[in-house]
Design a protein around this ligand. Sequence first.
Ligand SMILES: [Zn+2]
Length: 203
Amino acid sequence: MSFLSVILGAIMATKEDIITLPNPHLREKSKKIGVITDEVKKVVQDMQAATIDWEQSRSHEVGVALAAIQIDQLLKIVVVRNNYDNKEDQSFTVFINPEITKLDGEIIEDYEGCLSIKDIYGKVPRYSKVKVKALDLQGREFRVTAEGFLARIFQHEIDHCNGTVFIDHIKDKPEAFYRLKDDGALEPLDYDKEIKNSDILWG
Ligand SMILES: [Zn+2]
């Protein structure tokens, strides 16, 4: 490793590195990782640092998870917070090349937000159970079964790896869009005025 890359390696990503709509990269498909190099590990560190930095700038939200494309890296990597009910716990689990192997249970509609879509929330239908297969940072395969909110997180993040954002699932549903108010409450959005023809959301 050169002197310069040691210096650069010490610079952590911040919330400014998170890309948001209308950036077209958010609708591109991420690439599968072959070898887990130091560059891949740096992307993972940056994803975690950017998520925590973002969270610290938001009063009513928790940074529960991030996909690599959200810091403009078209790689199949997802990080999920280990304990999103406790902001003090800043640890994550890393999923390299995550894949949903089974969708199960019932379809449930619930609120969802995204670090790449500022202040907009949506009521998105998702399966209540998923099975996920991925590699850890040592390249070992592992599997996870998730239910409820965690199942929703996996569907949302693995969508990112495939170039889909949550609003794409509800684009024809006027009643599914909400705005996060300054006091943390959600209020319905005017679909015809603010959503339907938005250049920011639909490109
Ligand atoms: Zn997202």
